[in-house]
Design a protein around this ligand. Structure first.
Ligand code: B1M
Length: 212
């Protein structure tokens, strides 16, 4: 693992220019993009979250750190391309109703796109009926939902129930993820798959599509 001290600090302090500079430096040095992502960009967000939880940091600061992370993610995104997938499965993705967190969801989209899947990103704060309407309209193979708040997780169950009511449950695979979500929660609500991170999300999506 490379030394990401300066990059970690830039994300925590929300110094966008420094974060971008450090990300470029790591890329120029030939550091694996996965290493930059996991240890340079995702790791400091845990500290941001802990600082927020303990009252050392407030929402605007947390938002600026998120922005710094997103700018850096945009730089590494093109390097996640994976050319050898010929079958293109269609994935609808969104963050559930009441939830505005989109960094993890964007990361999952980015990795899936890099793996050759077609992504329809609905954004954040997506109600169950909107997910259902889009599944109907697009004939997607997978519906992927993200939630970062324990209070918004029930939106995943509501969406699965709405798919059932619309007679679409057996036409689309459902996968879920996000920090408060777990494998056992996925089982409880009848989702087909759970992934703890963006890399695993790609592996699970390929499994659901019968690609691996
Ligand atoms: Co919020 N926030 N936030 N926040 N925020 C958390 C989630 C929190 C844990 C912080 C804390 O208290 N320690 C806490 C939630 C507690 C809980 O319910 N369990 C929290 C809170 C309380 C809140 C507010 C209520 C604060 C307030 O206003 N009082 C508020 C809610 C707003 C709302 O949504 N309605 C709020 C607001 C915000 C900001 C807007 C300031 C900002 C979001 C900006 C944005 O997303 N554009 C923000 C941020 C940045 C965070 C933290 C610090 C970082 C989240 C993040 O982006 N992580 C977060 C603390 C933390 O997580 N350490 C926190 C990096 C990202 C790459 O990880 O999203 O987990 P993550 O995604 C991972 C995996 O979870 C997984 O793959 C990703 C990559 O590996 N994954 C999937 C995610 N979705 C997936 C879907 C899949 C598969 C895998 O398949 C479909």
């Amino acid at each position: 693992m490379s030394n990401f001290e300066a990059l970690n600090e830039a994300i925590i302090k929300a110094d966008i220019n420094k974060a971008v500079e450090e990300t470029k430096k790591a890329m120029d040095a030939g550091t694996e993009v996965q290493d930059i992502l996991d240890n340079g960009l995702i790791a400091p967000m845990d500290e941001v979250g802990a600082n927020f939880a303990s009252g050392k940091m407030f929402v605007p600061q947390m938002l600026r750190s998120a922005k710094a992370m997103q700018e850096c993610m945009a730089l590494i995104q093109p390097h996640f391309q994976e050319q050898d997938i010929s079958f293109k499965g269609k994935v609808i993705i969104g963050t559930v109703k009441g939830d505005l967190h989109d960094i993890g969801k964007n990361l999952v989209s980015m990795m899936m796109e890099g793996a050759g899947l077609t992504i329809i990103d609905l954004g954040v704060d997506i109600a169950a009926d909107v997910f259902v309407e889009k599944v109907k309209e697009t004939g997607a193979d997978i519906l992927a939902m993200s939630a970062l708040l324990s209070t918004t997780m029930p939106g995943m169950k509501e969406t699965i129930e709405a798919l059932q009511s619309a007679g679409l449950r057996d036409k689309v695979k459902v996968m879920i993820g996000g920090a408060p979500v777990s494998d056992s929660f996925a089982g409880q609500i009848g989702a087909d798959a759970y992934a703890p991170d963006a890399g695993t999300a790609v592996i699970e999506a390929k499994k659901l599509l019968g690609l691996s």
